[in-house]
Ligand binder design. Structure first.
Ligand SMILES: Cc1cc2nc3c(=O)[nH]c(=O)nc-3n(C[C@H](O)[C@H](O)[C@H](O)COP(=O)(O)O)c2cc1C
Length: 163
């Protein structure tokens, strides 16, 4: 049985959860493409798994199935890239030459993944990928909160020992 809740209000509630922003890139049938998502989450370290949730209605949805992909984590100054891969016009982002899986230049972090499993997520599909390579740099992150982009300052002190 499916419960019916007011979708707009539910979205506002969910929007109170602050996230980062990533662009998922992959080699589609017509060449490199990407989609902006904030539904990225880490899942497991052994094996190293991450997850993104992609709307069934997105053009990327069917193209992504079964393909290696790269999670590109955006820095605070990269909001135009987030907008571009969410369908807005703008200067095209710069692709990294020669990468096995297409990814974007100048990211805060990137994780190259091979497809692991897909799961039904209602009007979305949960794509899990196994991380095969990654890299990162320091810097402020692009955030998303209450339907607005924001900047997440680089912490002065890491708390990796708490999690
Ligand atoms: C900040 C932000 C977060 C988004 N998060 C998601 C997401 O988690 N999953 C999703 O399917 N679409 C998400 N979108 C919407 C897609 O980026 C957008 O629908 C895109 O145009 C789909 O491109 P495509 O149809 O070419 O695949 C998000 C957009 C923005 C701006």
């Amino acid at each position: 049985m499916t419960t019916t809740l007011a979708p707009r209000s539910l979205r506002s509630c969910l929007g109170r959860f602050a996230t980062g922003v990533v662009v998922v890139t992959f080699d589609g049938p017509d060449g490199p493409r990407g989609i902006t998502v904030n539904s990225f989450t880490s899942v497991s370290t052994e094996p190293p798994l991450v997850l993104v949730s992609v709307a069934r209605r997105a053009r990327s949805h069917d193209a992504l199935a079964g393909r290696p992909f790269c999670v590109n984590v955006l820095g605070a100054e990269q909001e135009p890239i987030a907008r571009q891969f969410a369908g807005a016009a703008g200067d095209p982002a710069v692709w990294v030459e020669g990468a096995a899986i297409p990814h974007l230049a100048g990211m805060l972090a990137h994780l190259e993944c091979r497809p692991w499993r897909n799961y039904d997520g209602g009007d979305h599909t949960l794509f899990l990928g196994e991380v095969v390579d990654f890299d990162y740099r320091d810097g402020a992150a692009l955030g998303f909160h209450t339907s607005a982009f924001t900047s997440i300052a680089e912490s002065q002190l890491g708390i990796e020992d708490l999690i």
